[in-house]
Design a protein around this ligand. Sequence first.
Ligand code: FES
Ligand code: FES
Length: 174
Amino acid sequence: MSGDPVVEELLDVTVTVNGVPRHARVPARRLLSDFLRHDLGLTGTHVGCEHGVCGACTVLLDGRPARSCLVFAVTAQAHAVTTVEGLGTREAMGPVQRAFAECHGLQCGFCTPGFLTTVTAYLEEHPHPTQDEAREAISGNLCRCTGYQNIVRSVLRAAELREAAEADATAGDS
Ligand code: FES
Ligand code: FES
């Protein structure tokens, strides 16, 4: 029996994150959530349950919401990931971020990045949700502060802001 320590093989992983190719050498078991937070320093993605239940770690994988705690970083190789950092900046917030700020859709804010990414993807496909549809859209994300009323308001307000931005863009084109 050899006393040699087991050396874990490292793999080169390159993922396009928020439009920029990012690379790290990581073990095959590295989760996408840890890859983003620890290897790339993008700590906006939060980790709650690590079991795919709470939605805090939601990012967009090729535009669709994905629980980054259930995805290995190697499987995101050559795919596009959008994290909360890619939705806008403090100076130039995206419509969903603005809506959450306006409508007090956050309390402690721990769940907020997951809500923002989830709602961004939802509104792309359902730009005019009803209140019930907005409630349904966020049903896979848990807020420990139970701030759901304001989060539902935020979803509806984000839809308004998106619509206004599109109308402005159309007016600018004509
Ligand atoms: S941390 Fe991924 S779903 Fe909770
Ligand atoms: S705002 Fe606190 S967990 Fe959602």
